[in-house]
Ligand binder design. Structure first.
Ligand code: G3I
Length: 403
């Protein structure tokens, strides 16, 4: 089984354009206030006397899923192994109305070999969601980074090669969508199919594109619709807030729509940093999707506290230095993060087309950004490493809170 790891994939594929991806790109009891100090972090402590804003008592935190019930589902990424841990479980049960499998529903754990599937991790998450009354996003069916090699086995010069790969793709999608029918409300059918540069609309560095050309997207969407006529079908991608990348994605969408290919919405990953973008840029992306008659899901939101240059993504050089929890730099970054989170949720809430908003993780104790683009402790989510609401959380739910 191939497991194409995504680490550095953006840098390798993006080169200088990486800048536009991230760099341009409760519990608790008792009354009174709650310190936002670095003591809640697993990072090294600081002798600095810096302090952040005084945060409300965690026990007074409103449930996000209730706060935004009239607007959109509140989602968080987790696998069953994460969801069932006490810290994550308490947050998910209180705040989440949607979960996305961080890894369990990808083709590398599920597609063991042709016609042989391992649903064990995914089914454990289905059970968790059903037990707790939480909806499940399907993520994902087709992604260059997690496509097992058996899909592409064979002689590419053989005149039947393309038909063989297409049949494998369609059988996989038919079987997996059928397995989860009635258990997921949508699927990221195709993940990250858009080019990062203007050489093509399509990501060409993909085994799917190599084998089938751009038509794999149409094959996948049609197979998913045939297997489940009611589940919502998405294309999910990152840097949709970047106008040039979004232009290429919208061209792909226009082509699919002209052919009558089923597509219900666009997933905006929104892996951001505190300096990479503005809520206005994100809102423009939401508007463009609406103009195509599609719905918007925010699928993987997180806000890195680091502002890295493109070289950090392409070669791991020039990356911002580790920030020490409790330092002034830490609080300054968390303040910027809170203000961007607030502006984003305000923008999401203003658009009826936004039906689901998911953060890529539950709390800062578990985030892929601790390993990407380099190994470094990050604090990108709404809850801290102890599971308490951060400044960003309070900024989102309370317009009067000063982060
Ligand atoms: O489970 C195995 C474990 O058995 C093995 O010992 C270990 C050794 O490396 O690997 C473990 O699998 C890892 C898996 O995460 C679970 O931890 C994979 O190597 C690793 O590649 C995988 O990374 C995930 C990545 O997608 C690739 O699937 C990240 O957790 C996950 O956060 C990330 O999520 C993606 C979205 O799906 C799509 N958008 C970008 C986002 C961030 O890259």
């Amino acid at each position: 089984m191939s497991n194409r790891m995504p680490v550095n994939r953006r840098g390798l594929l993006l080169g200088g354009a990486a800048t536009s991806l991230l760099a341009a790109c409760g519990g608790g009891g008792g009354g009174g206030s709650y310190s936002s100090g670095g003591g809640t972090s697993s990072s090294s402590s600081s002798s600095s006397s810096a302090s952040g804003p005084t945060l409300p008592d965690p026990s007074t935190a409103p449930a996000l899923k209730t706060h935004f019930a009239a607007n959109f589902k509140i989602g968080m990424a987790a696998d069953a192994s994460t969801a069932t841990q006490a810290l994550s479980n308490a947050i998910l049960v209180k705040h989440a109305s949607s979960i996305t499998a961080e890894n369990a529903m990808k083709a590398n754990p599920i597609g063991v070999s042709e016609g042989v599937y391992d649903y064990s991790q995914a089914d454990a998450l289905v059970t968790y969601c059903q037990t707790n009354g939480i909806a499940l996003r399907g993520h994902n069916l087709v992604w260059h980074a997690t496509a097992p090699a058996w899909f592409f086995a064979g002689n590419t010069a053989d005149p039947t090669y393309k038909a063989t790969v297409r049949a494998r793709l369609e059988k996989y999608i038919t079987d997996v969508v059928t397995h989860f029918k009635g258990k997921v409300y949508c699927w990221d059918v195709v993940n990250e199919c858009t080019s990062d540069d203007s050489s093509s609309n399509y990501r060409t560095a993909s085994p799917w594109y190599t084998a089938l050309g751009p038509d794999y997207i149409e094959y996948a969407l049609r197979a998913a619709r045939a297997a489940d006529p009611t589940v919502q079908l998405f294309i999910n991608d990152y840097s949709t807030e970047d106008t040039s990348k979004r232009g290429r994605l919208m061209a792909i969408v226009a082509d699919l729509q002209a052919k009558g290919v089923p597509l219900d919405g666009i997933g905006h990953q929104l892996h951001l940093s505190i300096t990479s973008t503005t809520a206005a840029a994100v809102d423009a992306a939401l508007a463009d999707v609406e103009a195509k008659g599609l719905i918007n899901h925010v699928t993987e939101l997180d806000i890195s506290i680091y502002s890295d240059p493109g070289s950090c993504y392409s070669s791991g050089s020039g990356c911002a230095a580790q920030v020490t929890a409790g330092s002034q730099a830490y609080y300054t970054a968390l303040q910027s993060q809170a203000l961007l989170y607030r502006a984003l949720y305000n923008a999401f809430a203003k658009r009826a087309s936004v039906k689901s908003v998911t953060t890529w993780g539950v709390a800062d104790n578990h985030t892929w950004l601790n390993g990407f683009p380099i190994t470094r402790t990050n604090y990108p989510l709404l809850f801290d490493t102890s599971g308490n609401p951060k400044s960003a959380f309070w900024a989102v739910v309370d317009a009067t809170f000063v982060p």
